[in-house]
Design a protein around this ligand. Structure first.
Ligand code: CP
Ligand code: NVA
Length: 334
């Protein structure tokens, strides 16, 4: 049966089949090639999308905005302080209003429940641009980056090793996408930062059906062995209190991605990070961490790895655009 995602919301990858994920990845590749060749069309001309952001963003915001423009649409950005949503108007009412004006809605915020409510009441496709629980558009970009780096389409058997906080949006999403695509996911973190048990078991079952595996370990000395891709994320995510920094640094320092870990991977191993990343002292947050806890600002990854030939983080960032365009196109036009 042909795949048609018209009218579907993109809230989490658990809702999508392996075939549908590959469909979106193939479409992303076509859109990227068309952009590079200068043969892009504007297939969604005359349509408008709302971009709701309760949290900060560079990549996701720009990818939705530029992506909407490149598809022919008009994007409207609503920031944390720019709308009535949540303050004077419920999510349900906001959804009903926006659904009458827009052809699609992007939401980045805290609660997964909010993006689910927008989808339930707006009547138009809603795209999750990150919640505390999931970051599904990021996963398409990450998989696309691995496909390009290895010149493959089929992700079966590819081993992705993730170091760091494993109970938030990035690790949750990696577990699901790896399970769906029959990959081998190894999450490496102290037990206090392991994923929700129910999600872990669910992902293990999905992975098994697809010939993959989902494993958690605390063994940071050997987890990276034979990895095809090594990924990490910030140790303190948006919305978390800055008072957790001290503990996180203590807990996660052994899990920092460094050259020793990268060298344990396969010869062609790549490094991924959704960004922004703490790898130097060039940011306000890094400076404040250095002031309070010492160090040189290298947290989840060393500057050496971040800037090495292993690192595909800027390819990954660019792929946010192509994959987000695919999600908008597939769910609005079908
Ligand atoms: N990776 C990512 O979502 O980046 P932004 O927070 O800049 O959107
Ligand atoms: N876990 C991070 C991801 C940022 C793209 C956060 O939620 O802040």
């Amino acid at each position: 049966m042909a795949i048609n995602l018209k009218g579907r919301s993109f809230l989490k990858l658990l809702d999508f089949t392996q075939r549908e994920i590959y469909y979106l990845l193939d479409l992303s590749k076509q859109l990227k090639e068309a952009k590079y060749a200068g043969t892009e069309q504007k297939p969604l001309t005359g349509k408008s999308v709302a971009l709701l952001f309760q949290k900060d963003s560079t990549r996701t915001r720009c990818a939705f905005d530029v992506g909407a423009f490149e598809l022919g649409m008009h994007p409207v950005y609503l920031g944390p302080s720019g709308s009535q949503m949540g303050k004077k108007e419920s999510i349900e009412d906001t959804a009903k209003v926006l659904g009458r004006m827009f052809d699609g809605i992007q939401f980045r915020g805290f609660k997964q429940q909010d993006v689910e409510l927008l989808a339930k009441y707006s009547g138009v496709p809603v795209w999750n641009g990150l919640t505390d629980q999931w970051h599904p558009t990021q996963m398409l970009a990450d998989i696309m980056t691995i496909q390009e780096a290895k010149d493959i389409r089929n992700m079966d058997g590819i081993k992705l090793v993730y170091f760091g906080d494993s109970r938030f949006n990035m690790a949750n999403s990696y577990m699901v996408v790896c399970a769906k695509l029959g990959m081998h996911f190894v999450g490496c973190a102290p037990k206090e930062l392991w994923p929700d048990e129910e999600l872990l078991i669910n992902c293990q079952e999905i992975a098994k059906e697809n010939g993959g595996s989902i494993t958690m370990t605390t063994d940071y000395k050997t987890a990276a062995i034979d990895a095809d891709a090594i990924a990490t994320d910030v140790w303190v995510s948006m919305g978390e209190d800055s008072s957790v920094w001290g503990n996180r640094i203590k807990e996660l320092t052994p899990y920092q991605v460094n050259m020793e870990k990268m060298r344990q991977g396969k010869k062609e191993v790549i490094f991924l990070h959704c960004l922004p990343s703490f790898h130097d002292d060039q940011t306000e947050v890094a400076k404040s961490v250095i002031k309070d806890f010492g160090g040189n600002g290298e947290l989840e990854v060393t500057n050496e790895v971040f800037n090495s030939s292993y690192s595909k983080v800027f390819e990954e960032a660019e792929n946010r655009l192509h994959t987000i365009k695919a999600v908008m196109l597939a769910t609005i036009r079908g």
